[in-house]
Design a protein around this ligand. Structure first.
Ligand code: SF4
Length: 660
């Protein structure tokens, strides 16, 4: 407990011991410890002590910038405790290039760039700055200052070492001093034992290689911590999935109209002709598999789907047969598209524009699609915007695609407040069978939390269609609770669709409370304003308010509501994944690989979403609150929510709980 800065709770001592043992054995650990139980400080204190003693580096991967800030805040607490030896306690928070590149932040065109595009701009700007003759202002000014003003850099490094800034604070400091924070971090990461990064720095190969070059140590000398690890499998699936939308192909056509339309395959057709053919094929695949339109133009069955599987080689077979070419020719075309796209990128960059080429992206997509491993991917056609922008998609099923990277670290620590079943996470991520799996009980008094469910309602589609009164009863429960208790109440729905259906039904009219509703496309700052207004309604003896939100969203997965900021949570329905083709593919994949399709692809993610929403309620030992799940299917999750009880009269049960 040398570096632990607080009075430790019982479970924190246990967590630290287990992490230390795992590090000593060069092992891996997956652990769950309830929200608010202090996982971050435990992982940090235990690994930092080991890293300093054994000359290792820690890569702490977070999903959000808020989590990254929290790590730096805890690091400052550790440093306060070790004030005699504080130089050893040091860490750097790094964010994506779009946040850290000051040139991009101050240029609206560059600000939209991907990390690959910004990296190209940066390399070019640095080259210009290096070769600029004295007195000439060429290349990035933040880099010029960086290489020319050694005193400024020296004092910036000292400021960083002394103040342990968050990434946002160091960007602000560098902006004032007009030096590049990205370059400054490159220098700092060599000397620090701790680097806090977004997931992408570990799991995207080009970005990872850049980071590891800066660090100049092998992976065996590094310890990986994955925070909020329940997000990682989906994050990896998204990172390794690729899409080709109708909008993107049309952007390719616009690109050739602007930059020239070369001919392909010995002059048989042009690039624009090839793109238009792809537009036809994507539209036809959507009509055939999503809309079920037969060759004679008649629709078979209901078109309620939003996606469908495409037979493995159908897309490329259609290209070959409609153009009358061989697969070898198709690969030549792909090579030509990539080469032409690179020329466009160079041309745009010379003109001071974002080096973006849709043809380049198209070439890379086709190359990827024609080479991918069918066992790890589903090929889909998706129509998510009512016919406006259909797309084809190669959806990655297998997050263990990154397991080789994880296994090379000295040790890896995966933690979350909601990670059960731990075997599922271990198997999905392809971690070794001897990975330590531990679930720590909540350190907070059991009597402070009550979790109820009712049997008379459900959001199951078939049942709602059969019994129209279910929705009325559901509305009655929501308005009954909201109108009876003047306490801050959060109402979580399985999706924005269900929330807006509830709103359209006029359900809000019966609620006589101050109401806040999260909207799907709300900006982060608007959402933060909404949340802080809601929080203030419950404090200082206020009347309390109701906030309507969704499970698996920004509020339920990451925000804290201590004490009176939240005392009642209503969960309207069970957040099962939609039965899309993508979801069916995932379930089939887990059935084939582990014989646990339902458990791993449906039950586990649903339980995590429920537990994340429940987890908003109790953040420390003094918090008290009650959760009511409005769905009879809740009892299926008893093994994940052990204190779940049935309620025949939720208003009375909540009253009794509050009185007690
Ligand atoms: S040197 Fe820094 S500020 Fe300049 S382009 Fe590169 S990342 Fe951006």
């Amino acid at each position: 407990m040398d570096l632990f800065p607080y009075e430790p709770r019982k479970n924190q001592i246990a967590i630290i011991k287990t992490i230390k043992n795992t590090l000593a054995a060069k092992g891996n650990i997956v652990f769950e410890s309830g929200t608010g139980s202090g996982k971050t400080i435990c992982a940090l204190a235990a690994t930092l002590e080991f890293a300093i003693k054994n000359n290792k580096k820690i890569i702490y991967a977070t999903r959000t910038n808020a989590q990254q800030r929290q790590v730096i805040v805890e690091l400052r607490e550790i440093r306060k405790k070790t004030k005699d030896d504080k130089d050893r306690i040091f860490g750097v928070g790094i964010q994506g290039r779009s946040n850290m590149c000051l040139l991009a932040r101050n240029d609206p065109d560059f600000a939209k760039g991907t990390s690959e595009e910004l990296s190209k701009i940066c390399a070019n700007e640095k080259k210009k700055a290096r070769s600029s003759k004295s007195g000439k202002d060429e290349g990035c000014i933040y880099f010029r200052n960086f290489i020319e003003d050694k005193n400024k850099i020296g004092s910036a490094l000292d400021w960083m070492r002394q103040n342990l800034p968050t990434a946002e604070e160091s960007i602000e400091y560098c902006e004032k001093k007009k030096i590049c924070p990205y370059e400054l971090n490159k220098l700092l990461v060599r000397e620090t034992p701790l680097v806090v990064v977004p997931y992408i720095y570990v799991f995207e190969s080009a970005i990872r290689n850049t980071l590891f070059d800066w660090l100049s140590v092998s992976k065996e000398e590094m310890i990986l911590i994955v925070d909020e690890a329940h997000n990682l499998p989906d994050y990896i699936r998204d990172l390794f999935s690729l899409q080709l939308s109708m909008w993107m192909i049309k952007s390719c056509v616009m690109e050739v109209e602007k930059y020239g339309d070369p001919s392909m395959v010995d002059g048989k057709f042009s690039v624009s002709g090839f793109c238009k053919l792809l537009i036809d094929i994507v539209g036809d695949l959507r009509d055939t598999y999503v809309y079920n339109i037969l060759e004679n133009g008649i629709r078979r069955g209901s078109p309620k789907k939003s996606d469908a599987f495409i037979p493995s080689h159908e897309f490329e077979t259609e290209i070959l047969s409609r153009l009358g070419i061989t697969s070898k020719k198709l690969h030549d075309i792909i090579g030509d598209l990539i080469a032409y796209g690179e020329k466009i990128q160079e041309y745009r960059q010379k003109k001071g524009k974002l080096p973006r080429s849709y043809l380049h992206k198209l070439g890379l997509f086709l190359e990827f699609w024609t080479n991918l491993d069918d066992a790890q991917y589903s090929k889909l056609v998706v129509d998510a915007a009512q016919g406006k922008n259909p797309r084809i998609e190669s959806y990655c099923l297998d997050p263990s695609i990154v397991s080789d990277v994880i296994k090379k670290f000295h040790s890896s620590i995966h933690m979350s407040g909601t990670l059960e079943p731990l075997e599922e996470y271990r198997d999905s991520m392809g971690l070794p069978k001897d990975t330590v799996l531990v679930s720590y009980p909540s350190p907070f008094p059991k009597e402070n939390r009550k979790i109820l469910f009712v049997r008379d309602v459900t959001t199951k589609y078939d049942e709602i269609i059969k019994d129209k009164k279910i929705i009325q009863r559901m509305q009655g429960h929501v308005s009954g609770i909201c109108n009876t208790f003047s306490k801050n109440t959060m109402v979580f729905f399985p999706s924005f669709n269900t929330l807006s259906m509830f709103q359209r039904n006029g359900s809000f009219d019966d609620i006589k409370r101050c109401l806040y509703v999260e909207e799907q496309k709300m900006s982060q700052s608007a959402l933060m304003d909404l949340v802080s207004e809601f929080k203030s309604c419950g404090q200082h003896g206020g009347e309390g308010a109701a906030l309507f939100s969704v499970m698996g969203g920004r509020i339920s997965e990451g925000m804290d509501f201590p004490a009176e900021q939240l005392e009642i949570v209503l969960i309207v329905g069970i957040p099962y994944p939609k039965p899309t083709a993508r979801q069916r593919g995932l379930q089939r994949y887990y059935d084939l690989k582990f014989r646990k399709g339902w458990e791993y692809a449906v039950e586990a993610p649903t339980a995590r979403k429920l537990l994340q929403s429940i987890g908003r309620l109790i953040r420390d030992e003094n918090d008290k609150g009650v959760v009511i799940i409005l769905d009879r299917r809740a009892r299926r999750f008893k093994k994940y929510i052990r204190d779940l009880e049935e309620s025949k009269d939720p208003i009375k049960d909540v009253e009794n709980f509050i009185d007690e």
